[in-house]
Design a protein around this ligand. Structure first.
Ligand code: IMP
Ligand code: MG
Length: 180
């Protein structure tokens, strides 16, 4: 099977949207220190671009999780592949995600982090496939709400490929041509 990428959001369009999100976050936190939490690997580019635009005192930490077994099961469990380096008790935290799809990942991750008693925990997602939601997740800052399409680029992958594209594109899967 072959794939083609169709551009959805250019590098410029993404940068403009990240500017606006950063402005909103700067305003909301009013100079208060913020711990940004990057959910690896998909959100790395978004995380860095957002962090560079914040004028409040920011610290960075990284975490990697994967959902167990059948992702369509709402009773799924989350495996922590890499945990945060630092404690978050009493700290204002912002979880930065590439995309919220069914919502299962954040539905499971959020309470796990809340048990560690941060002062606050907000969620920022570059993309939101709102119509795919199965588990309720309140996203505080959203880049773009997108239709139910598989997207790649700007950190997002298909089988670990395409993460390095500077733009976000929709992936079209082509049937193999039997005559080719
Ligand atoms: P959720 O638990 O269904 O919300 O899934 C979230 C995760 O699935 C994201 O962090 C992505 O890693 C992955 N994902 C969902 N949709 C896409 C997509 O269109 N392209 C690439 N990865 C996706
Ligand atoms: Mg992800």
């Amino acid at each position: 099977m072959k794939e083609i990428v169709h551009m959805m959001y250019s590098e410029r369009e993404i940068a403009d949207r990240v500017d606006a999100l950063a402005e909103q976050i700067n305003r909301d936190y009013q100079g208060r220190p913020l711990r940004m939490i990057c959910i690896l690997n998909g959100s790395v580019f978004f995380f860095c671009e957002l962090a560079k635009r914040l004028e409040i005192p920011v610290t960075l930490d990284f975490m990697s999780v994967s959902s167990y077994g059948n992702s369509t099961e709402s009773s799924g469990r989350l495996k922590i592949r890499k945990d945060l380096d630092d404690r978050i008790e009493g700290v204002d935290c912002l979880l930065v995600e590439d995309i919220v799809d069914t919502g299962h990942t954040l539905f499971l991750l959020r309470p796990m982090l809340l048990e560690r008693r941060p002062s606050s925990l907000r969620i920022c997602a570059l993309l939101d496939k709102a119509e795919r939601r199965e588990a309720e997740v309140a996203v505080d800052y959203t880049g773009f709400v997108i239709p139910d399409e598989f997207v790649v680029g700007y950190g997002l992958d298909y089988a670990q490929r395409y993460r390095n594209l500077p733009y976000i594109g929709r992936l079209e899967f082509l049937e193999d041509d039997p005559d080719a």
